[in-house]
Write a protein that binds this ligand. Sequence first.
Ligand code: GCU
Length: 585
Amino acid sequence: MLYPQSSSSRAMISLDGFWKFAPDVNDDGEQRGWTHQLPADREIAVPASWNEQYQDLMYFFGTGWYEREVELSRQLRSERIWLRVGSANYLSTVWVNGTEVGRHEGAHLPFVFEITEHVRWDGPNRITIRVDAAIAADRLPPGDVEHEQIVGFKGQYPNNYYDFFPYGGIHRSVTLITTPMSFVSDIRITTGIDGTAGKVKAHVGLSEGFEGACTVSIRGTQCRSSVKVHRDGADGGKAVFDFTVPAARLWCPEDPFLYELEVRLTDEDDHAIDQYVQSFGIRTVSIRGVELLLNGKPVFLTGFGMHEDFPVLGKGISPAVIAKDFNLLNWIGANSVRTSHYPYSDEFLSYADKHGLLVIGETPFVGFVRSHYQGTAILNKAKRVITEMIERDTNHPSIIAWSLANEGDTLAPEADAFYEALYSHAKSLDDTRPITIVNCVDVEKDVALKHYDFVSLNRYHGWYEQAGRLDEGCRILSEKLDRCYEVLGKPVMVTEFGADAVAGVHVDPPEVFSEEYQAEMVTRQYEIIRQKPYTIGAHVWSFADFKTSQTPSRVVVNRKGVFTRDRQPKLSAHKLKALWGGESR
Ligand code: GCU
């Protein structure tokens, strides 16, 4: 799926800003005609969760209705008009001028509907979006599965089971996009290395019925090629191009060089029809023995698990928060993050491409339990989300691996076939990246990890186990890591280790919930992990404090951040910076 772009042939109109909003407390908005006129209840900001914008919406997990109007220039009458929502949690329905134009299930990934035939040119167009944010066991991530959960806290409120707040709303940008009648519908780029040259393969998707020439070039190089496309030709609306880039500048954290692939469509008379420019990096990622290789060289992933979370915004994205987080990742000396526990925004990943951050892209499959493995309903829904995630993100050089699940019940016998099916599906869509899932149970009884390219572990020795006994916790962590490698013989990534610390609480000798205890734990355990010959990374949990459901073990928020929720450093941030050789400022 192509990210919105304005060009000589395309326009974008941002619909971010203030929308009319009404909570559908009786879930009867449609019967009350809200598809045609929303009661002028209140205004709300997009993109952002609704929860923290109004006190009475903080614990509203129902359905919210959004409405706004937009007038379009008659200069666009010859174009196709699309409505794109970057993400909305969870079930969305869209109407234009009272006519339903589409529905989408799932948060954290975009959806696009063509609205050309529903647009008015003689006045304002009313756009209505209904967002159902209910917590349910058949949603991804699943809620309300306390009766089966293998980790997590009983009786948390709300009972969404996963350890982050179930925010509702339109969390990423809403954009009107125009394209010509015939247009470039998709671009998928894979790269390789041959000596000092880069190998680039581009699969270009074309809108149905296009006839003319498709010309692809890589800006700043001699790479250029054209193919004739026939309306009903055997090419079936796509064209494939292979290029060799001599003396290629390889994408890597030290030099995150991005090339630009330009796709141009022209008609039989060589008149320009459409143009799209896709940035990409020439790099390879692979597993060799117990090493993770980037461009054939071993790399160790040092960094964090994170969340898209900020005060007032909730899960809404903000360029300022993205800029701040990357500045702090650079400051502390991290080279990678995991998008725990769902696909992050296009904008975050594009920033990672430009700034050389290595990313493990994760699905929103947190905490699957045994009942999810029965039948095919959840499996098919999960496969669809994997397809949407890979189609959206495959061109990001920053994404160097996929994580298909976090802390599912991988002891249940049915988990074997379930997670093998997820692995096979993802591999069929993308065989250029290693794939993992994140384990939280005894690896000797885990039935899923054997299908994956490397093992990811969440381990809290010194916190949830051996609390207050850091020496014992560190010893057991070391032993458990060795046992994991002995049993599975695969590279090991520790995706989570850490402790809660309430900023400002100082206790010596260190005790749990103090900054001293967290600092000692994350630095000592990072060193233990780093020194193992079979580990490929260590991600502290977590980058910043973040909002969760209410339970007795959450001091308003999850306090395992090395930064506070508003991004101020705790003692552990300074200690990790010293250990990781972060920016000297
Ligand atoms: C789990 C889980 C995280 C959670 C963390 C914690 O491992 O993956 O989502 O926040 O532990 O309990 O802090």
